[in-house]
Design a protein around this ligand. Sequence first.
Ligand code: ZN
Length: 303
Amino acid sequence: MGDCRYCGKSAGFLRKEHKECAASHEQGLGMIRKVCVDAALRGVDVNILTDKVRSIGAAAYIDTSGAALGETLARGWGQAVEAAMDDHFLSNEEKRALNRYRVQHNLSADHLDGSGHFTLFRMMNLLNALSEHGVAPRFDRRQVRPPFNLMKSEELLWMFGGTDYLEEVTKREFRGGSLGVSFRVAKGVYIRPGAFRGRSVATSSMQHTDSGILGITTKHIYFKGNRKSFRVRLEKIVSFDPYRDGLGIMRDTARAKPEVFRMGETDAWFLVNIIDAVMSMDSVRLPKAGDPTLDEIVDGGLA
Ligand SMILES: [Zn+2]
């Protein structure tokens, strides 16, 4: 006879759980997710959230004691960030609620980023600053020294480490397909994370020629690899090809061949959205000394 991993009582021969216990556990996780997302995104019942989580947990065999409570609340914050991303938009109200929640429950950026959700929050803050406020955050050079020779008339927005650079190997006279693709949805609205999920970078016709850091500024894409370094002006790119795991570009020259930057799915989603936001701005206001950095904007500036 086995004992149920939830209630601890006998579950029957070769069984590890009661169906009903597993079901109420699942249901409890869903309810906790909902109350956390409501609190973290919409400010619902923030002061009684821990009580609610504890009482749901007690009825659903979910540990909410000590550190486990902190983990549960941190997971809830991450789920709220994902929910904000799914509805295509991070409003100032959502941002304030997310910040209030992490302060109230004493959740550090490092803790929240164990699952990458704090980085996602920073990404959405950058998109929000660009498309809602028309502001480019001041790049904080004290943290990372960019390996690019930047121009005075641009601001570095983000760097993506571990980017693969691929070039088309087979020469083709004719290229059909997605020239001039626009992925604009609407001002201030993000492109869904799953929008390009069906397509991954084709490696059969492309050759991986270098790996390095991709930088996106208000004017250019920069790439710094072991063998190649270059920048491409965004306006000189005639088509963007978003993939689930990268971005393809075609330069505005007669002999241009497809080039692809291959990266993680979230990074690819983010890069496409930055370019989209930058290119749809009438004019980008470059930050001056003393203007807020992205981290300052995340913590409350602009909102
Ligand atoms: Zn049971």
